[in-house]
Every structure is written in structure tokens, then in C-alpha cells.
Design a protein around this ligand. Structure first.
Ligand code: 48F
Length: 279
């Protein structure tokens, strides 16, 4: 008979036996069900950094079918590195509201200035986005766009397993249709880069970010968050890459507010006035 002691976890330790083929079938069937849905979606967010996760959280909350493709096998982007690998992230007002909404443990250092653990920020943002209904697919790289002419419009992305790209194999990718694509790929603005090289009629130029000027950069990133051409939106540090505005270093309010702003723009563009108001 099991003794129940105070403070102990009471759980049977008899592990159920599951055959290998059952595991395989479960993974394949459920992953394919997801991919059948992903093939045609409302929004594709490229990159699961702070701007992408915030955008995904609000767009999913608004009821948009939202998928985030992240190249790495982990989410968080530049959050995990904190400031020079010190595990703290600085956030200024009014972005603290977003972190409170995500359930982060914030410490106020002075009026309008907050600090949060990097792991807390990345885990809670991702968790809220998933809870709201967003799918985060790890290990998938967006390496091209799907477009239409007259009028020019972005209507989806081309995806490939990151491992295939790393192996240098020639494997044809798959296309995912979306009403909106959001470039949240950070400093290299990878999606906009593809658009600038391969769809010249869109007239997108990647000029590259300027050197550091934190407060200026924070404001300009949020101001520059926009729909770059029909169907293609930009948020986070990718904004600095096309606008040639400064970098800000490890202060993240601008990334969060940029994610929230792009979410509102996408919601308005797909759902019109009846969509959720993010702020
Ligand atoms: O770099 P990242 O964190 O972008 P962000 O949201 O935030 C920038 C800050 O982290 C920081 C800063 C502000 O304080 O200067 O750097 O603008 O996250 C971008 C994510 O996109 C992924 C990449 O792995 C990272 O997790 N990514 C980049 N290119 C692709 C991609 C791609 N082509 N396909 C899929 N994921």
C-alpha cells in the first residue's frame, strides 16, 4: 500500500508501455493535421523573437489563424542573450503593460523603467501566444515569398526545414498561403531582403541599421512598423534594416510595442473595424 506523506507528490510510477509504431503514427498524424491547416492561414509571422512573439500573441487573441515559423529549435530570438549574456532585459514604459499582460515578473527600478529575467520574458511571451491559439513551428526557415502581380501583392511564404538548408541539400521547398506575412527576423530583415532581391518592382531597399542610439532607436522602430507593400508587414529590428535607423542594444520596449503595433495593423487589414483593439 502506498504511504501518503505530507509534501510528497502522489503519482503512480508504473509507466504505460507504448510500442514504437504507435509513437511514430501519433507524431506523423498530428503533425500532418497541423500542416494541413498551416498550408493556408491568416498570418505568417517569420521569427519568434520579441517582436514576433508579441505580434503572434495579439493576432491570435483577435481570432486570426496565426503561425510563427522560427529557424532555430528554440524561441525567443535575441531575448535569451540578455545584455552581453547577462540574463536581464530592460523594458521601458509603456511596454511594461505588455509584459504584465503576459504574466512576467517585472521589477520597477525607477519611474517607467523595469527589468525582467530573459528566460521569464521568452517563456511567458511564447506561452501566451500559444495559449491564444498561435502555432509556433520550430526548425523551419522562410527562404522565399509567394507573390502575385497587378497589383503586386505578397500572398504567402516558401518554407524549408532549417536542417536541409544547413546540410546544403537540393530539396524543393513548400509554399504556405497567407493573407499577411510579417517580417520579424531581426537585424538582417531576411524576408524583406528576399523581396528586395527577387521582386524588384516592390522597390524595397535594405540599407542596414545605424550604430547605437537607444532611445532614438526605440521610437523610430515603433514609428517605422508598417505594411511595406500589400500583404507584407515589418516589425522589430527588421524596421531598422530598411529605414537605416539606429540599433538600441538590450532594451526591449520598442520590440514589444512594434509587435503590438504590427498586430493591430494586420488585424485592421484582415478583420477591419470589428477586430480586437490591441492597446
Ligand atoms: O533577432 P530577433 O530577436 O528579432 P526582433 O524581434 O528583436 C531584436 C532583439 O532581439 C534585439 C535588439 C532589440 O533590443 O536589438 O536584437 O527584431 O529574432 C528574430 C528571430 O527570427 C529568426 C531568428 O532565428 C530569430 O529567432 N529568423 C531569422 N530569419 C529567419 C528566422 C527566417 N528566414 N526564417 C525563420 N526564422
Amino acid at each position: 500500500m502506498e504511504m501518503k506523506k505530507k509534501g510528497m507528490i502522489h503519482m503512480s510510477m508504473k509507466i504505460r508501455e507504448i510500442d514504437e509504431h504507435v509513437i511514430t503514427r501519433a507524431i506523423i498524424q498530428k503533425a500532418m493535421e497541423d500542416w494541413m491547416n498551416i498550408a493556408e492561414t491568416d498570418v505568417v509571422v517569420v521569427g519568434a523573437g520579441p517582436s514576433g512573439l508579441t505580434a503572434a500573441m495579439y493576432m491570435a487573441k483577435a481570432g486570426l489563424k496565426t503561425v510563427v515559423f522560427e529557424r532555430r529549435l528554440s524561441f525567443g530570438g535575441g531575448i535569451g542573450g540578455g545584455g552581453m549574456q547577462l540574463h536581464k532585459i530592460v523594458v521601458e514604459s509603456p511596454a511594461d503593460r505588455i509584459l504584465k499582460e503576459a504574466g512576467c515578473k517585472l521589477e520597477q527600478l525607477e519611474e517607467g523603467l523595469f527589468i525582467v529575467d530573459a528566460a521569464d520574458l521568452m517563456a511567458k511571451l511564447a506561452s501566451k501566444a500559444i495559449d491564444a491559439g498561435a502555432k509556433i513551428i520550430l526548425g523551419v526557415t522562410v527562404d522565399d515569398l509567394i507573390y502575385r502581380e497587378e497589383p503586386p501583392k505578397i500572398v504567402g511564404v516558401v518554407v524549408q526545414w532549417t536542417s536541409v538548408i544547413m546540410a546544403g541539400l537540393h530539396v524543393d521547398p513548400l509554399g504556405v498561403k497567407a493573407k499577411a506575412v510579417v517580417d520579424c527576423t531581426g537585424h538582417d530583415a531576411e524576408v524583406l531582403s528576399v523581396a528586395s532581391r527577387k521582386i524588384p518592382e516592390l522597390n524595397i531597399a535594405i540599407r542596414g541599421e545605424k550604430s547605437m542610439w537607444s532611445s532614438h532607436a526605440e521610437r523610430l522602430t515603433v514609428e517605422g512598423t508598417r505594411e511595406v507593400c500589400p500583404g507584407l508587414f515589418v516589425a522589430g529590428m527588421a524596421v531598422a534594416a530598411i529605414d537605416q535607423t539606429p540599433r538600441m542594444g538590450p532594451i526591449f520596449g520598442g520590440m514589444l510595442l512594434s509587435g503590438a503595433k504590427v498586430a493591430q495593423l494586420v488585424i485592421n487589414s484582415i478583420l477591419g473595424d470589428k477586430g480586437l483593439k490591441v492597446t
